[in-house]
Design a binder for this molecule. Structure first.
Ligand code: BDP
Length: 593
C-alpha cells in the first residue's frame, strides 16, 4: 500500500474539513443503518482532530464506544477508467467505512493507515456519501490494551497508559486515483562504499503483465544521477550526498511502469536518503560514525486538537527541537503522522519509531507504580490474540515507515512487563516479526524500572537497550544524591551487556512558574537539577549513547491523583513555552553538537 500522491498518473483529493458527526451514545447506529442516509441529528466535526476536546458535554468527551463521521465528495470527472481509493491516514482506534450503502473496509489500530478500493462503488463525476464509524474502545486484545469495566454508574473505559485516550479521525482522509495496472509498493535500502552510495530498490506491481519497471534517481536539484530497470535492482550514486543527522538531504526515486511502446502507465515518487545504520559493540553508528541521541520522547498533543495533525504545530515543534539543539526524538507511544516522518527526513532529525504497544504492564497504570488488579499475561488479559494484534501493529508500522531515512531504530513496545517467562514467551516471536519485516534496522523495546537488569527477560532480544528511569522522581523523590548513586549502579550493570544504551525517558513533573531556592520537586529548579544529575551519570558511562528527556511538552492524561491538569514533565508547557530546563538543555546539547 502506498500513500496517495499527485504524480503524472495519479491524483488525490483531501477530504479534510468539516464532516457531519454524531456520538452514538446508545450504540444504535449500525442497527439503524446511519450509513444508509444523511447522518440523523448530526452536528459538525473538524477532520483532522480528536473530537474529545471540541465537545463541551463531559459525557461525550469521555464517551466509550462508537462515533460517526459522514460527508459527501464528488469524484473528479477525469477519473473515469481509473482505480479509486479511499485512504485514511488513521482512525483511532477502530473504523468501519461505507461508501454509499456498501461497507468497504474496517481496520483496527489507531495510528496506522488503511485503504479501500472503492472503484466499484463510484462513478467519475458523481457525488458519493462516505461514512466512517470510529470506535475508541480498548480491550486486553487491542494495541494499546485497556478494559471496559461495568460500574454501578455505567461502562467505564480503563487504560494503563499515561496519555488521554483521544479518538477520531486524527489525520487526513484522501480520495485518490491510481491506474488499474499499477505500482503497489516500493522498498528502498541504501548502502555506502566510500563516497559511492547505493540505492537498492524493489517494486511490487499489480495487473502489470507485459509491463516493465524503470526507475530514475534525481538529486535535490532534480538532475538525474542514475537509472535502473526491472522490478528490483541497484542504482549507484558516485559522490553521493549522504543523509545525515542535521543534513536531511533527499534524492527522489521516480518509479515508472511502462508498456512495450515505452508509454507511461504509472508513476510514483519515493524520496530516498542514502545512509547506513549499524550497531557495533556499545556504539550506534550512522554512516559509520558514532551517534549520540539528544532529544525527547514526544506526544502528538495540543489543546483543542488533541492528537489531530496540524502542519503549523508540527513546524513549531521541529523549530523548538532545532532551537534546543535536539537531534532526535522517539514517537512515544504510537506511530506519528506520516507528515511528521516526512518532515524529520527533510530536517535530518533522527527518529526512534514506536508501535502503540504501551500499557502491557499491570504493575503500572497511568504512569504510576501500583497493581492494576489484573495479571499482565493470562488467558483473560494479554494473550495470544493480543500478540497477534501486536504483530500486526509491528508489520503495519514497518510497512508504512520502512523507507524513511530518519527512522534508525524500531521500538516494538513501551514499558511492558518484561520479567518472567510469560514476557519472554510473548516477546520472542514479536522480535522475529520485526526482524522479518525489516532485516536492515536494529530493533528493541523500552524497558521499565520494574524489570531491572538481571530480572528483565526481553532485553536479550534487543539490539539496543532503551531504558526509562525515574530515580529522583518516583523513587528517591527529592533525594538527588541517593538517586545519582542508584542510577549509576543500575546503568553500570546494563552496560555489562555490551550493547548501546539509550535513556529513552528521564524527567520530573514541573509546574511552570513554580520556583524555590532549595530545589524541591515540582519546581523549575528541581527539573534542572534532576536533569543535570542524570547527565553527570550518562557522561561517566561509555555505553550510554543517547538521552531523550521525558517529555518534550506537557500533555493531557487521564485524571488521577498524580496528574494536575495532565502530565507536567514537559520541558515546554503544552503551549510550547520554555521552562528553565529548556535553557539548561539548550546549553548542553548545543555544546555536545
Ligand atoms: C513512563 C511512561 C510514560 C509516562 C511517564 C511518566 O513510559 O508514558 O508518561 O512514565 O510517568 O512510565 O511521566
Amino acid at each position: 500500500m502506498l500513500r496517495p500522491l499527485d504524480t503524472a498518473t495519479r491524483e488525490r483529493k483531501s477530504l479534510d474539513g468539516l464532516w457531519r458527526f454524531r456520538v452514538d451514545v446508545d450504540g444504535v447506529g449500525r442497527d439503524e443503518r446511519w450509513f444508509a442516509c444523511p447522518l440523523p441529528a448530526a452536528r459538525e466535526m473538524a477532520v483532522p482532530a480528536s473530537y474529545n476536546d471540541i465537545l463541551t458535554d463531559p459525557r461525550l468527551r469521555s464517551h466509550c464506544g462508537e462515533v460517526w463521521y459522514q460527508r459527501t465528495v464528488r469524484v473528479p470527472r477525469g477519473w473515469a477508467g481509473q482505480r479509486v481509493v479511499l485512504y485514511l491516514e488513521s482512525a483511532t482506534h477502530h473504523a468501519t467505512v461505507w461508501v454509499g450503502d456498501a461497507e468497504v473496509v474496517s481496520h483496527s489500530g489507531g495510528y496506522t493507515p488503511f485503504e479501500a478500493d472503492i472503484t466499484a462503488h463510484v462513478r467519475a463525476g458523481d457525488e458519493v456519501r462516505v461514512t466512517v464509524c470510529v470506535d475508541n474502545t480498548l480491550t486486553f486484545q487491542t494495541i494499546p490494551p485497556g478494559v471496559v469495566e461495568e460500574t454501578p454508574t455505567g461502562r467505564r473505559q480503563r487504560y494503563f497508559h499515561d496519555f488521554f485516550n483521544y479518538a477520531g479521525l486524527h489525520r487526513t482522509v484522501w480520495l485518490a486515483s491510481t491506474p488499474i495496472a499499477r505500482i503497489d509498493d516500493v522498498t528502498i535500502t541504501t548502502d555506502l562504499q566510500g563516497t559511492t552510495g547505493t540505492v537498492d530498490y524493489r517494486v511490487d506491481t499489480v495487473d502489470a503483465d507485459g509491463l516493465d519497471v524503470h526507475v530514475v534517481l534525481r538529486d535535490a536539484e532534480r538532475l538525474e544521477v542514475g537509472r535502473g530497470g526491472g522490478a528490483a535492482g541497484v542504482v549507484s550514486v558516485p559522490d553521493v550526498h549522504r543523509w545525515a543527522p542535521g543534513d536531511g538531504y533527499l534524492y527522489d526515486l521516480e518509479v515508472q511502469l511502462v508498456d512495450a511502446a515505452s508509454a507511461l502507465v504509472d508513476s510514483y515518487h519515493q524520496s530516498v536518503g542514502v545512509r547506513t545504520i549499524d550497531v557495533r559493540g556499545t556504539e550506534f553508528l550512522i554512516n559509520g560514525e558514532p551517534f549520540y541521541f539528544t532529544g525527547f520522547g514526544m506526544h502528538e498533543d495540543h489543546p483543542t486538537l488533541g492528537k489531530g495533525h496540524n502542519d503549523a504545530f508540527m513546524l513549531q515543534d521541529f523549530e523548538l527541537l532545532d532551537w534546543i539543539g535536539a537531534n532526535s526524538f522517539r514517537t512515544s507511544h504510537y506511530p506519528y503522522s506520516e507528515d511528521v516522518l516526512d518532515h524529520a527526513d527533510r530536517r535530518g532529525i533522527v527518529v526512534i519509531d514506536e508501535t502503540a504497544a504501551v500499557g502491557l504492564n499491570m504493575g503500572l497504570g497511568g504512569g504510576i507504580f501500583g497493581g492494576q488488579g489484573y495479571l499482565t499475561y493470562s488467558q483473560e488479559t494479554i494473550n495470544d490474540e493480543t500478540r497477534a494484534a501486536h504483530a500486526q501493529a509491528i508489520r503495519e508500522l514497518v510497512a508504512r515507515d520502512k523507507n524513511h531515512p530518519c527512522v534508525v531504530l524500531w521500538s516494538i513496545a513501551n514499558e511492558p512487563e518484561s520479567h518472567g517467562q510469560e514476557a519472554e514467551d510473548y516477546f520472542r516471536p514479536l522480535f522475529e516479526v520485526v526482524r522479518e519485516a525489516d532485516p536492515t534496522r536494529p530493533a528493541g523495546f523500552v524497558n521499565v524500572g520494574l524489570s531491572p537488569h538481571g530480572k528483565c527477560r526481553v532485553s536479550q532480544f534487543a539490539d539496543v537497550l532503551m531504558i526509562n528511569r525515574y530515580y529522583g522522581w518516583y523513587t528517591q523523590t527529592g533525594d538527588l544524591d541517593g538517586a545519582e548513586q542508584a542510577l549509576e549502579e543500575e546503568l553500570r550493570s546494563w552496560a555489562s551487556d555490551g550493547k548501546p544504551i539509550i535513556i529513552t525517558e528521564y524527567g520530573a513533573d514541573t509546574l511552570a512558574g513554580l520556583h524555590a531556592v532549595d530545589p524541591q520537586p515540582w519546581t523549575e529548579e528541581y527539573q534542572v537539577a534532576y536533569l543535570e544529575m542524570y547527565h553527570r551519570v550518562f557522561d561517566r558511562i561509555d555505553a550510554v549513547v543517547g538521552e531523550q528527556v521525558w517529555n518534550f511538552a506537557d500533555f493531557a492524561t487521564t485524571s488521577g491523583i498524580v496528574r494536575v491538569g495532565g502530565n507536567k514533565k514537559g520541558v515546554f508547557t503544552r503551549e510550547r513555552n520554555p521552562k528553565s530546563a529548556a535553557f539548561a538543555l539548550r546549553r548542553r546539547w548545543r555544546a555536545l553538537a
